[in-house]
Structures are given as C-alpha cells and as structure tokens.
Write a protein that binds this ligand. Structure first.
Ligand code: FAD
Length: 330
C-alpha cells in the first residue's frame, strides 16, 4: 500500500483537502493541534462585492456556487447548518462612497448580484444602500469541529504539532499564516485581524457592510462584528486598540446598546491579496495557502483542484499555481 499523504494543518485549507481526498479515495492522514489557526477565529462571511471599490471577488461566479454547494451538502450530511445565507446591505456613508458604488450598479458583473425586490430603510448615519444577494456566513468553528470528529472516527486525524525540522516528501502544507511566517513560501502580507461577538436587540434580517466593517447576525440575539487589519504585530492577542476600533464599527452599523461576549484575534494568510495558491514549494512539498480574507469562498474548489492534480495529474491553470520564483503584487 502507498504511504498516505500527510496533510499539515486542519484549517479551511487542510479540512477541504481532506474531504476532497476522501471523495477520490486518496489515502491521507492529517495533523493539527486543534487550538489555533485563522479559521477558528474567522467570521466566515461571503460577500460577493467587496471593498471600498465595490468589486466582485476574484472569479466569484465560479467559486461562489461551488463553496455554497459544498458547505450545504456537508451540513446536510451531519444534520447541522454550516452555511447561513443572508442578504448583504452595502451602505454608503458619504456622497463620494455612494458615487463609487452607484457608478458600478449597471455593470454586468455587478448587476447580477443586486436584489431590487427588497425595500429596506437606510439606517441612520448612512446616506444610501444597496442590497446584494449571494451573501451569508459559514460557521467556521462548527465546520472544523464536524470535520475533525469525522476524521477522528476514520482514524486519519492526529492531534499534535508536526516537527517541521524533519523533511517528509509526503507532506502537504496547509499550515496557513504559521507556515507563511516560517517563510515557507517567501514574502507574504499576512494581516492580523480582531473580531467581536456581541449580544444586542438589533434586526437580524441582513448582514450590514459599511463604515469599513461588517455586522453579521448569528441568530438568538448574537452578532459578529469586525474587523481590523494590522501588518506589524502578527500575533493572536486581542488588543485594546482593536476593541475600540470594532466598538466604533458596531455603533455605526448596529447601535449603542450591546454587550461584548467575545473578543478574538487571528492572522490572515496572505500571499497575493485573497487569491490562494496551490503547487510545490522550493523544498518540493505540495502547498495550499494564501486564502487571505476569503477562505470560505475559495477553499472548497481550490482543494478539489489540488486533489485532482495530486491524484490524477490534472494541472490547473497557471493563475492558481504557486512557483517559488514568481513575485506577487501585494
Ligand atoms: C479576524 C479574521 C476575520 C476573518 N474573516 C473572514 C471572513 O469573514 N470570511 C472568510 O472567508 N475568511 C475570513 N478570514 C480568513 C480566513 O480565516 C482564512 O482565509 C482561512 O481560515 C485560512 O485557512 P487556512 O487553513 O489556510 O489557515 P488556518 O485556519 O490558520 O489553518 C492552518 C492550521 O495549520 C495548523 N498548523 C500550523 N503549523 C502546524 C504544524 N507544524 N503542525 C500541525 N499543524 C500546524 C494551525 O494550527 C492551523 O490550525 C478571517 C481571518 C481573520 C484573522
């Protein structure tokens, strides 16, 4: 029997790769301590049109249906709700911001995501809004937990930390920001982010995006709100500055009355914005990294591409492939 592939890291990347291997009957084992990582912290938000520029995410038409279908299917299989679809209200605070958004509304790659049916009032403090379809959030912790439990039952999950001093050609590195900070793939742009969970009596109808942040209703009076970007202090410690910044976002997007239930921090694994890469590193190990701020959207399909490459030799398009000699725009 062939030696199984050894996946290092059970975040979104390693978990999705494990599922893709299982479907294809490719033998593997997976190692992770189960305590850290970005996935455990992430809000799991998928918002089709993002950023100040109100831009469709990279290859969204292709990756979005794939991700939603994957998480819905897996949730059904385990009798849990992993994917929570919710419309997104994209808010503009200033005329300048609204001009940017409104100038794009007729573009074909934008107009398909607009929901014109819903008539919702613009919250105080904002001047305009548009409603987007296709949004929602992945319960990332539950996804990791059901995956881990299943892999443990199958006897393929090892709880521990891989000793990276030793070389092992069967390793597939899905070790997220920790791997990037070990300088495993050359220059990176990893960014720390902080998130709050709040309890409040606000409307739970929509995800709100604006004021350089977002507010996600989790149900039962709980909301997640974020986030910060910080490039110099790459650790997982929540800070007072982060707390103050996110409380400011919460006040604008939700209101003044809330209680903070949880404050967490993590590090986004960024190589070239939120465009992940698969391939081999300089040492010859397979890698899957760089999910950036959009792991929920990109992990399932990238994992399948990597499994098809490793299992059947199907080489993906060069735009998905990591090469140690290539430099990426930050
Ligand atoms: C504050 C914040 C908010 C975010 N919000 C969103 C969001 O709303 N939507 C979204 O899609 N994405 C979001 N993200 C991004 C998302 O978290 C990442 O894209 C994704 O989780 C990365 O997954 P990963 O598997 O590559 O890395 P990780 O989840 O970090 O997984 C890597 C795993 O490897 C393990 N590991 C490392 N070294 C070893 C070793 N030597 N041995 C064993 N195991 C090892 C780690 O413990 C970890 O569990 C957010 C991130 C942050 C920090």
């Amino acid at each position: 029997m062939n030696k199984p592939w050894r996946i290092v890291g059970q975040g979104l990347a390693g978990s999705c790769l494990g599922w893709a291997f299982l479907e294809r009957g490719i033998p593997f084992e997976i190692v992770d301590p189960g305590t850290g990582g970005s996935t455990r912290v992430a809000a799991g938000l998928i918002n089709p049109l993002t950023g100040k520029n109100f831009q469709p995410s990279w290859l969204i038409e292709d990756f979005h249906p794939h991700a939603v279908n994957f998480f819905e299917r897996l949730g059904k299989r385990f009798g849990v709700e992993l994917w929570h679809p919710l419309p997104v209200m994209r808010l503009a605070e200033t005329e300048k911001e609204w001009l940017k958004i409104s100038s794009k509304l007729d573009l074909p790659e934008v107009s398909g995501w607009l929901d014109h049916e819903r008539d919702v009032a613009t919250p105080a403090g904002f001047i305009h809004q548009v409603i987007l379809r296709g949004g929602g959030w992945l319960d990332t912790r539950l996804f990791l937990d059901v995956t881990r439990r299943h892999f443990l039952e199958l006897g393929v999950m090892e709880e521990g930390v891989e000793d990276m001093e030793k070389t092992d050609p069967s390793r597939i590195l899905c070790d997220g920001a920790e791997g990037l900070m070990r300088n495993q793939l050359g220059p990176h742009r990893c960014a720390k982010g902080e998130i709050l969970t709040l309890r409040a009596e606000w409307s739970e109808e929509l995800i709100r995006v604006g004021a350089s942040g977002w507010l996600i209703p989790l149900g039962q009076g709980l909301f997640r709100v974020g986030s910060t970007y910080e490039w110099s202090q790459l650790d997982q410690r929540p800070t007072d500055a982060g707390l103050a910044r996110i409380i400011g976002i919460a006040r604008k997007l939700g209101g003044d009355e809330f209680q903070v239930v949880e404050h967490v921090a993590g590090i986004r694994p960024i190589l070239r914005r939120s465009q992940p890469l698969i391939g081999k590193n300089a040492a010859g190990n397979w890698i899957f990294n760089g999910l950036g701020s959009k792991g929920s959207l990109y992990a399932p399909k990238m994992a399948e591409m990597l499994a098809d490459w490793i299992g059947d030799g199907v080489v993906p398009d060069a735009s998905f492939v990591y090469e140690s000699s290539k430099e990426f725009p930050s």
